[in-house]
Design a protein around this ligand. Structure first.
Ligand SMILES: [Zn+2]
Length: 219
């Protein structure tokens, strides 16, 4: 049975044995097939009672997603995921800091998650704020994390915050965050290098509801 079919056949939550048998490629396949169900509007139906019973005994999520706080991108729903499926970290602009990296390290090294998806989205308000040079309270430091992507687009495309440039910045930021995970986390770098996990990027289009997966991890 294929991995997505095995997943669909689960009565309750993802089990330890199911998680252990997954490769990083399998975990990405589960994200892709879950997203396909979301696009097809054919979500799986699981018994809430069975999910909670399994959840009470532990968690064995297949993947981790680092997303933006944007209300238009409900992460679990976008991947037709349920209780026990995903670790989800959310921060405006889907960037990283030591706490987010520590969370992802826990998710992968200690809880067995096989893939990290950094998920940006079109029309991102945080990216727009970084383009506008918004400085206010704690936003100043947060938006500074997004500036390198903005500067890349300014240097390679144009100095105008057009919708196209915003969305290009979103994609560049996703790639930069993937690279920062590798550079700033020895644990995750080593896990990717050894083939234990994959680190990939994606961009969710808020108008179409579709995720475009960016170039996959070379691991
Ligand atoms: Zn956003």
């Amino acid at each position: 049975m294929s991995i997505p079919k095995s997943y669909a056949a689960l009565q309750g939550a993802v089990t330890k044995s199911f998680q252990e048998e997954l490769s990083p490629t399998d975990a990405i396949e589960l994200l892709r097939t879950g997203h396909q169900r979301f696009n097809d509007n054919t979500p799986l139906k699981r018994s809430r009672i069975a999910l909670l019973e399994d959840a009470s005994e532990g968690q064995f999520p297949y993947a981790s997603v680092l997303g933006c706080i944007d209300s238009r991108v409900p992460i679990e729903e976008v991947f037709d995921a349920t209780i026990g499926d995903l670790f989800v970290a959310r921060v405006a602009g889907n960037t990283v800091n030591p706490d987010i990296l520590g969370s992802l390290e826990y998710a992968c090294k200690y809880a067995g998650s096989k893939a990290i998806l950094v998920l940006g989205h079109t029309s991102c308000g945080a990216i727009k704020g970084a383009w506008a040079g918004l400085e206010d309270g704690n936003l100043t430091g947060l938006l500074a994390q997004l500036k390198p992507a903005v500067e890349t687009i300014r240097a390679t495309r144009s100095d105008e915050a057009t919708a196209e440039n915003i969305d290009e910045t979103v994609a560049v930021n996703v790639q930069m965050v993937c690279d920062r995970i590798r550079q700033e986390s020895d644990i995750l770098y080593d896990m990717e290098s050894s083939g234990a996990i994959a680190i990939i990027g994606g961009v969710y289009n808020v108008a179409t509801g579709r995720v475009t997966f960016l170039a996959e991890s070379e691991a």
